[in-house]
Write a protein that binds this ligand. Sequence first.
Ligand code: 5GP
Ligand code: ZN
Length: 135
Amino acid sequence: MPETDCIFCKIIAGELPAHKLYEDERTFAFLDVNPGSRGHLLVVPKTHAADILTVEPADLAAVATTAQAMAKHVKARLGADGVNIINSCGAAAWQTVFHLHFHVIPRYPDDGLVLPWKPAPADQGDLAKLADELR
Ligand code: 5GP
Ligand code: ZN
């Protein structure tokens, strides 16, 4: 069911404009209006779900499959050298539109995008304790 006031539900329904690239029974792909790189697109389930924690597993699988296909497509069509597939879940994780979406971000040499964390080795004891906490 479309969610009132959800911009992605409105895009899927054709009530708001978007550059649609692909759709199938469960998924819809369109260009991001604020692209991080040339060809940055979004893949969403047609059935509204706020995020990856609440989406139906079959819709999540379909979104992942479409994201994979679109990643191959942008590599082939745009000559991208790599692709980031990014999902943000929750405002604390940068999610701003609360209809699940996978960003498919084609990557090019010297495109200026940077890893959002600074990799540094953790203490092995801390990692062991953390692993226990998570098992
Ligand atoms: P988030 O910040 O939730 O991970 O990603 C939301 C994405 O949706 C952003 O990259 C933003 O540019 C994109 N976006 C927001 N509003 C619109 C819109 O009206 N049309 C399109 N095509 N993209 C949108
Ligand atoms: Zn929605």
